[in-house]
Design a protein around this ligand. Structure first.
Ligand code: SF4
Length: 283
């Protein structure tokens, strides 16, 4: 079992092959649009095809590599997995190749391999079982720059949440390379709200939250944001977001944090499933 190699392949897959759910959403958007909006979506889909066929990155910004790991409490290869995560970033940076994007915030030094202090960032979630599921989410800088945290007065309730999200996403205009996918994290604390927003991006595109109240918020936000007319790449049109995914945590009664995570159309992801016997599959 060479975990770093397999995880490196998954990073490469994420960088070069846009997942089918994202492609389908872009194709559906193209069918809805006319004029410059349609031209933009045609160019995006052509870009996606060239990347897939040529095995080259979908975007010049190959992003910051982040991992979300669902770790079985009986998973027997944890030390190997911990070592493999940064090594996989090195492998993929060399093999794909990826643009080396990590820089030291004080010295400006770039290690050249997409690793560094606390990066690749890893979020661990303990689950039952003896396997592990590693989600790779390379996140581009342009869309990450549009993420925001709002600490709302709790009295504003869900109305306040909706206003904050719509106002923010519309104000971003074309900066995050729309049509975007928005992850909204409601509740928890400041840090958890943003984390929940990012975790919501991992759900298959357009799959609603299982709880009807949350699903209704997602649908309403999509409608409100798409009614803004920002459109693909900010050039006007019906499709500003491909989807809004929301997640929540219980909150302190005095706090209503809302994490707004913005992901560009290049919604790159891949997943590696690792079994206790060492078998792995990249999906
Ligand atoms: S926001 Fe996304 S599509 Fe735009 S440049 Fe960055 S990675 Fe590429």
């Amino acid at each position: 079992m060479n975990l770093a190699q397999e995880l490196g392949k998954a990073i490469g897959k994420a960088a070069t092959i846009l997942p089918p759910d994202a492609v389908r959403a872009l194709e559906a958007a193209r069918e809805r649009e006319v004029g410059p909006a349609r031209v933009q979506l045609e160019a995006i889909l052509e870009n996606v095809k060239i990347a897939r066929e040529g095995k080259v990155p979908i975007c010049q910004d190959t992003g910051t590599i982040t991992f979300f790991v669902k770790l079985g409490t009986k998973f027997p290869h944890l030390p190997d997995l911990v070592r493999a995560l940064p090594e996989a970033a090195r492998v993929a940076t060399k093999d794909v190749p990826l643009r080396p994007n990590t820089v030291h915030p004080f010295t400006g030094k770039n290690p050249g391999d997409n690793t560094g202090r606390y990066v690749p960032a890893v979020t661990w979630e303990m689950v039952d079982g003896d396997g592990a599921e590693v989600h790779v989410l390379p996140k581009g800088g342009g869309s990450e720059n549009c993420c925001a945290l709002r600490m709302l007065p709790p009295g504003g309730g869900l109305k306040g949440v909706k206003e904050a999200v719509v106002e923010h996403v519309v104000a971003c205009g074309g900066l995050p390379c729309p049509p975007t996918i928005i992850g909204v994290g409601v509740g928890g604390g400041a840090d958890l709200a943003l984390k929940l927003g990012k975790m919501a991006l991992l759900r298959p595109l357009g799959q609603r939250h299982p709880e009807p109240e949350v699903a209704a918020l997602e649908a309403e936000l999509e409608e409100l944001i798409n009614a803004s007319g920002v459109g693909p790449m900010g050039l006007g049109g019906k499709t500003t977001v491909l989807a809004v995914h929301a997640e929540y945590a219980h909150r302190h009664p005095a706090s209503l944090p809302v994490g707004i995570v913005v992901q560009c159309w290049a919604h790159r992801r891949a997943t590696v499933r690792i079994r206790a016997d060492g078998r792995m599959e990249v999906v």
